[in-house]
Design a binder for this molecule. Structure first.
Ligand code: CTP
Ligand code: MG
Length: 224
């Protein structure tokens, strides 16, 4: 059985700003989204890559990079975009990965490990230890509480699930009106085991313009 990869790419990039959503900005001459999709296409175990883009853009996607790539219309939140993509994942896959369009630096070598953990335990994702101390800040912007950093990890993608589990958690979340910022949160909520592997600090999510500058410099280094 194969792997489907769902790529939510229908966001507007409000924190990034600018006219063009960050996933379509050029990085070393190609859109960020294309870098991300191409990394998955290098993996023969990936049967299908489903990309959710904003509905108005769907008509302008003329050329998909390879016949394993499908485009669908995304929704108004990340979770809704993932749900739309899931409908096109196909029945011929046993595991499904969800990966942010704006994380072009994930390593395909780590992906294989996350997939096998997901097959074994049901769900797995990469996460990285935090560098900064995390405070809980109240309404008045005054520190209420300080969290124990050693117990915290920042979630990344690809987050991988047995297909049955991903379908179940998204269905239940939709019925309950819950909209999470990632699927692991939903899996935990509905009682599934979610394994964590130590992620790579270079697997950044391009969020603000500064991140794009970092991404450019990394690609230049690898090209040299
Ligand atoms: N995403 C999506 N559909 C949405 C919102 C987000 O497919 N309605 C996607 C983004 O395109 C991105 C991923 O989810 O690839 C991670 O989201 P994030 O980094 O938060 O991107 P945006 O939501 O676009 O940015 P912001 O939160 O700053 O507005
Ligand atoms: Mg967002």
């Amino acid at each position: 059985m194969g792997i489907a990869v769902l790529i939510p790419a229908a966001g507007s990039g409000s924190r990034f700003g600018g006219e063009i959503p960050k996933q379509f900005l050029q990085l070393a001459g190609r859109p960020v989204l294309l870098h991300t999709v191409e990394r998955f296409l290098l993996d023969d175990a990936v049967t299908r890559v489903v990309v959710a883009v904003a509905e108005p853009l769907l008509a302008s996607v003329k050329r998909a990079p390879g016949d394993r790539v499908v485009f669908v219309a995304g929704g108004s939140t990340r979770q809704q975009s993932v749900m739309r993509a899931l409908e096109a994942a196909g029945d011929d896959v046993d595991v499904i990965a969800v990966h942010d369009a704006v994380r072009p630096f994930f390593r395909t070598s780590t992906f294989a490990g996350i997939v096998s953990l997901a097959r074994e335990h049901g769900a797995a994702l990469p996460a990285v230890p935090l560098n900064d101390t995390i405070h809980v800040v109240g309404d008045e912007f005054v520190i209420k509480q300080t969290l124990d950093r050693s117990t915290l990890a920042a979630a990344q993608t690809p987050q991988v699930f047995r297909a049955t589990i991903l379908r179940d958690i998204l269905d239940r979340a939709m019925r309950e009106g819950i909209d999470g910022t990632d699927e692991a949160t939903l899996a935990v909520r509905y009682g599934y085991t979610v394994k964590v592997v130590v992620g790579d600090v270079t697997n950044i999510k391009i969020t603000r313009p500064e991140d794009m500058a970092i991404a450019e410099s990394w690609l230049q280094e690898t090209a040299e």
